[in-house]
Ligand binder design. Sequence first.
Ligand SMILES: [Zn+2]
Length: 111
Amino acid sequence: MDKSIYERPLQMLARTFRVDGARWGHFRNLAEVPLFVDSAASRMVQLADLVAWSTFRKYELSDGRFFDPLIPLFDADGGVLHGLYHHRRMSEHCYCPACYSRGRVQPVGQA
Ligand SMILES: [Zn+2]
């Protein structure tokens, strides 16, 4: 993650998860702790920022200019995109790449 004012609260949250668990119980296999780095010093963090910003613009502002060229770069297997999941209201139709590739265009619960 890019260095920000959220570093300390997120580090404390991760520590709480590791020690106390969460509502789902204890986590036995946390792969890593949140790592913070100044994005000016890391191209990978800059790339992650770009992908996150592009995804935000696509889903929150319906602006796919920067996100749409990234779609073919997501891992896919059998036509299903991996690494992109759209958490949406159950009553909404959605034809975004994540929902469409999973056949989830209808409101949840309707076929
Ligand atoms: Zn969707």
